[in-house]
Design a protein around this ligand. Structure first.
Ligand code: NAP
Length: 286
């Protein structure tokens, strides 16, 4: 038994996070005695919280909403992906150093591949939302050779900024941004789009009756849908799309894989995601 290992999660608020369960399920595979603590920390205490974890011998921590961007102020080194995204979800402590990385985008791709939603290369995608998760997903799509992307966000300007960032770095990519309220535009694009991804929290617990958009009467029959929400495991929008014959996947796979990748950053060993997924499903319900 490898004993007394420490890791944690920084966020505010945290509610009932699944992360401790995921990391315990990962540690069990290597007979490791890992203590993973969720820490609800206020913004003005973030720096001290990091110092505390370093002093206490933590191997690393995850970072979640709303600190994925702000945390970069306190790290000593950033991976290239973090530099591009401007956000980190995984910190690794080594002596006085704090390395920031982002495993969300790769977690998304691994989950995508497991979900059997098909290839991304050369396809067109509609992304609902333009926050940190949209940024990571956009990056993942670009890495896999997406051809066209359409961002729909409540705050149109925020969507435009995200589109400009990617267009500036990837000149062959076609990307446009619209307001989420531009229903006729969404209807028209969904007639031919290959991929629809929800990165907004609309439809998430405790308001599962919500949907970020309503489904237009005509959509591409071979559209595939990925919802980053994992609680509930199947959102109302995913259910509605399935009734229309659309293949869907939920964000639990992404959550599991980003955790498995973080675990590897800290401890050097990559856990099997299947037992982590099972434990999460026990909590979230089938
Ligand atoms: P964020 O940076 O705060 O961005 C939230 C985005 O959602 C913004 O674009 C915001 O639009 C939009 N939005 C918020 N409430 C909305 C509503 N009621 N209707 C329509 N749009 C709404 O948050 P984030 O980090 O991107 O996270 C977004 C979601 O992804 C959360 O539900 C989070 O749990 C999930 N997530 C899942 C995973 C996973 O592993 N499965 C990983 C990361 C995130 P405005 O810009 O107009 O405010």
């Amino acid at each position: 038994m490898i004993s007394n290992l420490l890791a944690g999660l920084l966020g505010y608020p945290l509610g009932h996070t699944v992360s401790p369960v995921l990391h315990r399920a990962a540690a069990a595979q290597f007979n490791m005695d890992l203590n993973y603590f969720p820490f609800e920390v206020e913004k003005h205490n973030l720096k001290d919280a990091l110092k505390g974890m370093q002093v206490l011998g933590f191997s690393g921590c995850n970072v979640t909403i709303p600190y994925k961007e702000h945390i970069l102020e306190f790290v000593t080194e950033q991976s290239d992906v973090v530099k591009f995204l401007g956000a980190a979800n995984t910190l690794t402590f080594r002596g006085n150093m704090i390395f920031a990385d982002n495993t969300d985008w790769e977690g998304f791709l691994r989950s995508w591949d497991e979900s059997g939603l098909g290839s991304i290369e050369g396809k067109s995608a509609v992304i609902l939302g333009a926050g940190g998760a949209a940024d990571a997903v956009f990056y993942a799509l670009v890495r896999r050779g997406i051809k066209e992307t359409y961002i729909f966000n409540r705050d149109k300007e925020r969507g435009e900024k995200l589109a400009e960032k990617f267009a500036g770095s990837y000149p062959n990519l076609q990307c446009k941004a619209y307001a989420l309220s531009y229903k006729s535009g969404l209807s028209s694009i969904l007639k031919t789009a290959d991929i629809l991804i929800n990165t907004t929290p609309s439809g998430m617990h405790p308001a599962p009756e919500n949907m970020p958009v309503s489904i237009p009467s005509t959509i591409n029959e071979s559209l595939v849908y990925y919802d980053l929400i994992y609680n509930p495991v199947k959102t109302k929008l995913a259910q509605e799309l399935e009734k229309r014959g659309i293949k869907t996947a939920c964000g639990l796979g992404m959550l599991v894989h980003q955790a498995a990748l973080a675990f590897k950053r800290w401890f050097g060993m990559e856990p099997n995601p299947a037992p982590m997924f099972e434990k999460a499903m026990e909590i979230l319900g089938k």
